[in-house]
Design a protein around this ligand. Structure first.
Ligand code: SF4
Ligand code: SF4
Length: 153
């Protein structure tokens, strides 16, 4: 699929640019579909509302953020995601989403560097999706520390 190829191309270009930012200037953007569908916590308004219960990967990524110091936002839509990424203090982004959303976001926030991490395939696309947290971890480490373990997020 063309959008997946474009995501891979973007990631190659971003890695070639070798962005380096402080943790406070790195934003990890998560989509609303990553939240467990039965969860009633309003994590889109504030990620602190997540009680990290383990039923979806949002809590795992928030644990990683606490350990490393980057920002996390769970976007309820594309406009909110773009607005968050355009904030002045955000200098690099690790974005988790489906390929179509990723490409739109990458274009909208250009020239800010974005490493894109694809959601795991699901039968119901906009609901109860998942992500490999290791890929998110690797992408953040690449931007913060320059560590490339060959995992092309
Ligand atoms: S980890 Fe638990 S509390 Fe947090 S968003 Fe997922 S289901 Fe809700
Ligand atoms: S599957 Fe894609 S379009 Fe649907 S909510 Fe998730 S990121 Fe957004």
């Amino acid at each position: 699929m063309i959008s997946r190829l474009l995501v891979a191309l973007n990631n190659r270009l971003t890695r070639w640019r070798r962005p380096r930012v402080a943790p406070a200037n790195l934003l990890v953007l998560l989509p609303r579909c990553l939240q467990e569908p039965s969860c009633e916590r309003n994590v889109g308004a504030d990620v602190a509302n997540c009680r990290r219960c383990g039923r979806c990967r949002c809590g795992d990524i928030l644990d990683l953020a606490d350990a490393v110091g980057f920002q996390v936002q769970i976007a309820t839509g594309g406009k909110q995601a773009v607005a968050a990424a355009r904030r002045q203090e955000v200098r690099a982004i690790v974005s988790v989403a489906c390929a179509t959303e990723l490409i739109m976001g990458i274009v909208m926030v250009f020239p800010k560097p974005v490493l894109a991490v694809l959601l795991n395939p699901t039968e119901t696309p906009c609901r109860g999706t998942g992500v490999d947290v290791e890929r998110v971890r690797e992408a953040t480490r690449f931007i913060l520390e320059g560590e490339d373990h060959g995992n092309q997020a």
